[in-house]
Design a protein around this ligand. Structure first.
Ligand code: HEC
Length: 480
């Protein structure tokens, strides 16, 4: 009797659990946002083919947005060059897959401090400044997406930890894949072609996270990245020379291995310091130099056929009119910097005279790369890490600490201290607002269009009034 009861209780528990995670359906003519408003934590929202002209905000945990493709017809998020963003998420455990997203002005998919996310199998065309842009998130997977026509970075990992970017195809963008102020990134098996620059590891000065280290760029195909730079003038990526395969700017502990890199007209790989972006002010809290870069066993040919003026001038000092396969510029490998290259004589190089030879087996601090045996090919993917130890959800309180999280997770995606990003620099905002915290809180709840050369800022009325005040206070206090 007791046993039956226990079994029944178990069965009921099981059923109610299964019922707990519902599946909601959205058909052409309906609204995805409306389904998200109805959804509970853990639900899946299936979206059928059709045109959805909206911005979707996901601020609940464990929501899955799943496109359904029928006879080659995709559910399409269409911004008509009117809307800024297609999908903005801040919940943890968010998944989005099988959407076509096009004609937005800001972002296709932007994460604001959501952890444990997965963004897969989407097709993103001409969505403005960024394509896929997780910011300030931990543990994420970005795979099998196709992105083109983005005027800054197609895949932009900003201030994140433990992100895998795998098997994506990026073309006709300014930057194909950009890892910025992020730690523990794996960029593997992607195809980056016909961008201005293919794959980049960057430190942008003036952001709250000051470092970028431990990136592996492995087994990618990086070809013909010669598209003229069409970024917003003054943005950091407007400094990328057309014809760049891989660019490491101030990033540390970057491994570039087993890639195919060819047909990039300035250089296959450029390793450089912050000095490279001459119009961008440095950050005293960021080390401007790239340290411990390893370049191993890449197949490189036919790079440097038509280098940009500055690189041409450098190469002329070596009596060459071609750009190099590999250029180290202000990136000397002195003892402390410890950069290395294997098979150096296989490549045309500039500025690598004092680089060491990479040992074939390198045990890196945080983990083991494929070259370490046994076991062979230990993959370092976040997917296993996600299963073992999902990151703690962030708890956001309405005080200075919470404001810092909101600022870093949301505002810093568009505002940095002294560099123009999507929005104006914080120093300019501070000059305009002085100490008027209330005025900022009012503005961000319902932004007006003030500057003709900037897009309109998305409203932040998802934040409570008290939080808007805290964030305004935080913004005005930055670095003062
Ligand atoms: C998706 C990008 C984006 C995000 C996220 C963003 N902003 Fe903005 N912000 C902008 C843009 C673009 C402008 C310029 C708008 C204009 O002038 O029309 C702007 C302008 C501003 C201004 C100047 C307003 C004025 O008087 O002209 C303030 C203040 C501001 N943002 C605060 C914030 C705060 C605080 C946050 C975070 C809660 C934030 N922004 C998040 C893009 C963004």
């Amino acid at each position: 009797m007791t046993k039956t009861l226990t079994l029944m209780a178990l069965a009921i528990a099981f059923i109610s659990h299964a019922v707990g995670a519902a599946t909601l359906e959205v058909k052409n003519g309906e609204s995805i946002q409306e389904a998200i408003t109805r959804a509970q934590v853990g639900d899946t929202i299936r979206v059928y083919p059709g045109i959805y002209e909206e911005t979707v905000y996901v601020d609940k945990d464990n929501i899955t947005l799943q496109g359904v493709i029928e006879n080659g017809e995709w559910p399409t998020l269409e911004g008509n060059k009117q809307l800024n963003d297609a999908i903005l998420y801040s919940g943890n455990g968010f998944s989005v897959e099988w959407f076509k997203i096009t004609h937005y002005k800001g972002n296709a998919i932007m994460g604001q401090a959501g952890n444990n996310f997965s963004i897969r199998n989407n097709w993103i065309i001409d969505t403005g400044v960024y394509g896929i842009f997780p910011e300030f998130g931990e543990n994420g997977l970005i795979e099998n997406n196709i992105l083109s026509g983005i005027e800054d970075a197609a895949i932009y990992v900003g201030m994140c930890d433990h992100i895998d970017v795998r098997n994506n195809r990026v073309f006709d963008n300014v930057a194909g894949i950009e890892i910025e102020n992020s730690r523990h990134a794996l960029v593997e098996g992607n195809i980056a072609h016909n961008n201005t620059g293919g794959i980049l590891v960057f430190i942008t000065p003036g952001l709250p996270i000051k470092t970028s280290y431990d990136a592996i760029i492995r087994r990618n195909t990086i070809i013909n990245n010669n598209t003229p730079n069409f970024a917003i003038p003054g943005s950091l990526v407007s400094n990328i020379p057309a014809g760049t395969g891989v660019l490491v700017l101030a990033g540390d502990d970057v491994v570039i291995e087993d890639n195919i890199i060819s047909g990039n007209n300035t250089a296959g790989i450029i390793i450089t310091s912050q000095d490279f972006a001459t119009d961008v002010a440095g950050d005293p809290q960021s080390d401007p130099n790239p340290d411990r870069v390893q370049i191993r066993d890449n197949v490189m040919y036919d790079n440097g056929n038509d280098p940009v003026t500055d690189v041409r001038a450098l190469m002329l000092t070596q009596l060459s009119t071609k750009g190099p396969d590999i250029l180290a510029y202000n990136a000397a490998a002195d003892a402390e910097r410890g950069s290395c290259i294997s098979q150096k004589t296989a490549y045309r190089t500039y500025g690598l005279d004092d680089w060491g030879v990479c040992a074939r087996t390198t045990v890196r601090a945080a983990d083991a790369v494929a070259s370490v045996a046994p076991p062979p090919n230990t993959s370092r993917g976040v997917t296993s890490k996600m299963r073992e130890e999902p990151a703690e959800p962030r708890v956001i309180t309405v005080d200075a600490n919470g404001a810092e999280l909101v600022y870093q997770g949301i505002c810093a995606g568009c505002h940095t201290l002294n560099v123009r990003m999507i929005g104006p620099p914080v120093l300019a905002i501070q000059a305009q607002y002085g100490d008027d915290v209330e005025a900022i809180a009012r503005y961000i709840a319902a932004p007006e269009k003030n500057r003709p050369d900037f897009p309109t800022m998305p409203p932040q009325n998802h934040l409570s009034e008290a939080m808007r005040l805290e964030v305004g206070r935080y913004m005005l206090s930055l670095n003062r």
